[in-house]
Design a protein around this ligand. Sequence first.
Ligand code: F6R
Length: 630
Amino acid sequence: MCGIVGYVGKRPAVEILLAGLKRLEYRGYDSAGVAFFREEKIEIHKSEGKLENVEKLLNGRAPAYQDVCCGIGHTRWATHGKPTTQNAHPHRTGHVVLVHNGIIENYQEIKREIISKGYRPESETDSELFGFLVLEQMDRGASLMEAVRQSFARLQGACSVVIMSEREPNVVIGVRNGSPLVAAADPAGGTILASDAQPLLQFTRDVVFLEHGDIVLGTEKGLRFFELETGKPVARASSRLDWSVEKLDKQGFPHYMLKEIYEQPTALMDTLNGFLDRARTDSFPLAASQPGVALLEKAREITLVACGSSWHAASLGKYWLEKWARVPVTVELASEYRYRDPVLGANALLIGISQSGETADTLAVIREARKQGIPTIGITNVRGSTLSREADATFFTFAGPEIGVAATKTFLAQMLGLLIFSGFLSLKRDGWHAGSLVSLDSVSRLFEDMIRIPHLLSDFLGNGSSATGLAGVIRKIAAELASAKGFFFIGRGYSFPVALEGALKLKEIAYVHAEGYAAGELKHGPIAMIDREMVVVVLAPRDQWRDKTVSNLQEVKARGAIILGIGNASDEELIGLCDHWIELPSVKVDESLVPFFLTPVIQLLSYELALLHGTDVDKPRNLAKSVTVE
Ligand code: F6R
């Protein structure tokens, strides 16, 4: 996820920007840069790759920058355009220089307009286009603040921007319109801004989390807030961050599990970076450094083997691989499969999925397959794990360390890995696929949507503190459901494996009885359990299965169940059937990606119910993070 830092004040700005960007490195990025005032002119230094490349550009000249006191910096994670130096931020358009985090959804329309007016964008990014809008307004006489406000009104999508102009030296303006931005007054005089609070903590613990639709004006004298829409000044209270070392470890979250749920956008982004050759956004190849590519390409049937949550990820993988790649897939519980006598074809591939890479049953299957000469791939989050040493090839997910026992971010990263495999195999059109393949255009769109998912998920999750945000809504619902006798999670299609995961999460961390069911299966037995004390959580996004799921919901509604619906805005029929309602974001993405929004909802629901039941969320009883016994 892109990271932003801005500073104006009395201290050496270049050092502050670089130190701030270092603290944002954890968000994941593939290029970086800084821009700062030297007298009245703005200099930009940027590079593809890591921050060290920018440091090298500046190296040896540090004393020369001692008098610099105003600048902005950025770590970019590529969405529109490759991770090149040219696409790296900051971007200059005339006297305007900016950094941006998020997505401008109507960038095509803005690009056409800008070009028709004779401007020539130099990068492939959506971000640079915003600079032209601001430049145009300023050239018509608007102040930087006014120009930013008017230009922002043109944008669709969630983003934040930090911007400067050579016409107004030593002024930094920041806007939050969706993507987070935090600001603080430097006690020594000045202002610091960043995408999260970490770069600010070296100066102060009193920080202001900008609200959606806020604009902040930073000068050497301090900071002032305005409404983006009206330009009127607004008062914003600061929050005192009282972060102990342990809390810093948890980055302010009360539990690792919650922190890890909120790290999912980053886990997805890093996994995309790890799996794909991100320098090639035109054809979406798997990274050549991934040793399993050839094995994957040769597979004519795939068996996915796993346990627990990893098995749920595998179950989703089956839907995706079949749809996108038309390859026959079976999904197996490792503990069962290892004691069967399975039949595999000549060109079969066995993929073992395990976040820890140490699960005894999954490892046993891999060993047996290898003995029989069947090629094996591992998907794991842990480098050096047994799975990565024993499988013929390993794809690593990049979720980072997961401390909470319940799988959250590793689960989403596994899902993404399998969806990438599906898209990749769909692109390998060498004539053997079982049935007709989806169009190349739709596979390209799938990859483009995957690349947008970290941003979209981050916007959906918000920062967790607002009562009206996702976590707030779920907290309120959980309080009303805490004494329920039990839960059914139901869904069809892609929502079915998520329903299974929802029930598992609730059992393991809240110790509440729950079952996940294919919505169409309820009437074959479990519907007998439905009464007024039973909650049915229905996962019914607007997808090809939605109407069937809603029909199944009618069956449980008629029997008095308490219904919690998860679906899309304006689905009035569904909302009318539900006692409680959680809305998915209104974003246009391929329906294969909807599980990436559904999953955090069921994770947060289990988390909130666990808090109400007073369980040990991060270390639930009887469970271990690595299950090394069979
Ligand atoms: C659930 C959970 C477990 C694991 C299972 C397999 O939250 O964490 O169900 O998914 O024990 O573990 P790995 O993925 O390490 O093989």
